[in-house]
Design a protein around this ligand. Structure first.
Ligand code: GLC
Length: 655
């Protein structure tokens, strides 16, 4: 009996150990079903000091390390706010010449803002988020929400205009919908990056009121209402300190006051000093130093948050508590993106996305004027004349980091020709610059050796018997126009366009002028032109979106997200002959009086502004033209107070 019992016991023991062998338990940080915070803490507890520092800086142009030993993946970022940028080499800006990284260029964010429609913003975020996911990007470097303070800022086309409320409303759906794809947005450029030429040197001083009421709200909405998972610290200085090394904006306001639990990423090359970077509010450093490998191996070891930071941690000059806070944020970002299990697959260049790009464009196009019902183009039109370089010029390439390699780009001329159903004739009208072409053909196609007079004469002669003339001009993505790293030197249209427009207006009253730009321009011809349309940079589907509006298939409902001053000096950033651009201290003396607030406060006539129910152009009558601009006396009462605040004690001075 005893023997039998022993045998039974032995069999049970074998059964239990062999059959029910315990599978090794999945570590919490690798368990997708576990709470993100628990996963973060578990991962952090397993990391060495060196591994913690390694995830706080770039390993290539657009990626940062994970923890290979623990199976924690690296993070991949990509520009930009309007589409997924083509691949570049490991640590060079040069294109990698892939053949499968063309994308859809969505309309620039000025166009999105002009839709005044959060549902359009949600469509935008969903579409671009799916493209980013498909291209396996974890962080999309956008959207940009810097306020339009000066009409000369080269990057205004990337942002949402002059009004903090509009920007705050329009940024939230974009953020939420992108992040539903397991892709983080990186709201930029936080903050006060309102001009480009001296963006690395401009040192902004302004009142707390202007900071909180004008320049921060869109970022705050993106963080608190949108739930943004990362924010990009800007190049400029704020009250004497580079924002990438600052303690007020990125620490006290963003993290402490707003409760931001994401990652502060530097703009590329925005960090300058080992100690200040170690102390500041930055979490993830990109773009420091030169391309390629340094003499000591990887240039990435020289990053301020790399070996110099490791040294400071080891000798006690830097706090381990801050190190762990930075690592928690980066690990949280990795868990939310690269390690998230429920990510959708995404899609690229789909019919749905092209339809979205077209709808977003048509939603943002603004009808500024339409006397004599020039628009929509009549169904019985027999001949349409299209004039202007922007009717044929590729406008998705260039402009800086938002430049895109598109699968295709429907030009305004193509869109109009497809839709017209009658003869469409084209005349160049003017020659701009060869610009940046996606392919050599574009540059070759744009060459034209004729003189300005010859070009105007050709356009005028063709205009005489056209049923309608559509001029498509404006700015482009070349330097000193709508382009990152540069500012415009004038608010006037370049390339002699004013003369072309005036000549066409005299030749045919059925003229519609379409401005393709991301910034205001002066319109000396506005009184003499019957129809004016703000056409924006509408991306891959630009021609279709524009034709939808010009032919009446879509009712123009866009509204201006920024003011068109009659002349530059009327603008608050240029009032009274202020120096611009300014490589040093820049005082935002206008305080909260930015954009329409300024013009209404001072009673200055505007060239164009949004009025309830649609946009309208305000013109001074001919007799008024000579009259002194009313309201030019003195400064609005807000200026003396703003000046006092600027120079007095501020709540948030750099410690
Ligand atoms: C640029 C831009 C920023 C961009 C980054 C990466 O300098 O300021 O908007 O996302 O570098 O290209």
């Amino acid at each position: 009996m005893m023997k039998k019992a022993a045998l039974v016991f032995l069999a049970l023991a074998i059964a239990v150990t062999s059959g029910g062998r315990q599978k090794p338990k999945t570590p919490v940080y690798l368990d997708p079903s576990a709470d993100v915070e628990a996963r973060v803490e578990d991962a952090l507890s397993r990391m060495t000091l060196e591994e913690k520092v390694a995830i706080l800086h770039a390993q290539s142009k657009f990626s940062s390390r994970g923890v290979p030993r623990l199976g924690i993946p690296e993070l991949w970022t990509s520009d930009g706010p309007h589409g997924i940028r083509a691949e570049v080499l490991w640590n060079k800006w040069s294109t990698a010449n892939w053949t499968n990284d063309s994308c859809i260029a969505y309309p620039a964010l000025t166009c999105l803002a002009a839709s005044f429609d959060p549902a359009v913003s949600a469509l935008y975020g969903k579409s671009i988020g799916e493209e980013a996911r498909y291209r396996e990007k974890d962080v999309l470097l956008g959207p940009g929400v810097n306020i339009l303070r000066t009409p000369l800022n080269g990057r205004n086309f990337e942002y949402m205009g002059e009004d903090p409320f509009l920007s705050s409303v329009m940024v939230v759906p974009y953020v939420r919908e992108v992040q539903k794809n397991g892709v983080a947005v990186c709201v930029k450029h936080f903050a006060l990056n309102n001009e480009e030429k001296y963006r690395h040197q401009t040192d902004v001083y302004l009142s707390d009121r202007a900071l909180y009421e004008i320049y921060l709200p869109a970022f705050k909405a993106a963080v608190q209402k949108g739930g943004a998972w990362s924010v990009m610290a800007s190049y400029n200085l704020f009250r004497g300190r580079h924002v990438c090394e600052d303690t007020v904006l990125t620490k006290r306001i963003l993290k402490d006051e707003w409760g931001f639990d994401g990652v502060v990423i530097s703009d590329w090359g925005g960090c300058h000093d080992d100690d200040l970077t170690a102390e500041g509010g930055l979490d993830l450093e990109f773009g420091t130093g030169t391309n390629g490998l340094s003499s000591t191996g990887s240039v990435f070891d020289l990053y301020h948050l790399a070996n110099p930071y490791l040294e400071r941690l080891r000798d006690g000059r830097a706090s381990m508590e801050q190190l762990d806070d930075r690592c928690r944020r980066v690990l949280r970002l990795i868990m939310r993106t690269a390690m998230a299990e429920d990510k959708p697959y995404g899609s690229l260049c789909s019919e749905e996305h092209y339809a979205a790009a077209r709808r977003i464009g048509a939603s943002g196009i603004v009808l500024l004027k339409n006397d004599g019902a020039v628009l929509p183009v009549k169904a019985d039109a027999k001949k349409i004349l299209v004039v202007g370089e922007n009717a044929i010029k590729p406008l998705n390439v260039g402009g800086g980091s938002s430049s895109l390699k598109t699968q295709h780009e429907i030009s305004p001329l193509q869109g109009i020709t497809e839709r017209a159903g009658c003869e469409v004739v084209y005349a160049r009208g003017y020659v701009g610059s060869p610009g940046t072409a996606q392919d050599g053909l574009a540059t070759a196609r744009l060459q034209d050796s004729r003189s300005a007079d010859e070009l105007i004469a050709e356009a005028v002669s063709l205009a005489a018997d056209a049923d309608v003339v559509i001029f498509v001009g404006g700015l482009n993505k070349d330097g000193q126009q709508d382009c990152e790293g540069t500012d415009r030197v004038s608010m006037d249209l370049p390339y002699g366009q004013d003369d072309v427009i005036a000549a066409l207006a005299a030749a045919n009253p059925n003229l519609a002028v379409v401005m393709v730009s991301g910034n205001p321009v002066t319109m000396p011809w506005a009184d003499d032109v019957n129809a004016i349309v703000q056409g924006w940079y509408c991306g891959s589907e630009a021609g279709h979106a524009l034709a939808d509006v010009l032919f009446g298939d879509v009712n123009p409902s866009g509204k201006l997200p920024f003011t068109f001053p009659v002349k530059l000096e009327d603008s608050p950033a240029h009032y009274g002959g202020k120096e611009f651009p300014n490589p040093g201290k820049t005082f935002y003396e206008e305080g909260i009086f930015v954009g329409y607030r300024w013009f209404e406060h001072k009673g200055i006539k505007r060239q164009a502004r949004r009025r309830r129910g649609g946009a309208a152009l305000h013109f001074r009558s001919r007799k008024q033209r000579g009259a002194p601009r009313e309201g030019t006396q003195g400064l609005p009462e807000g200026i003396p107070r703003a000046r006092a605040e600027l120079r007095g004690e501020d709540h948030h001075r750099q410690r």
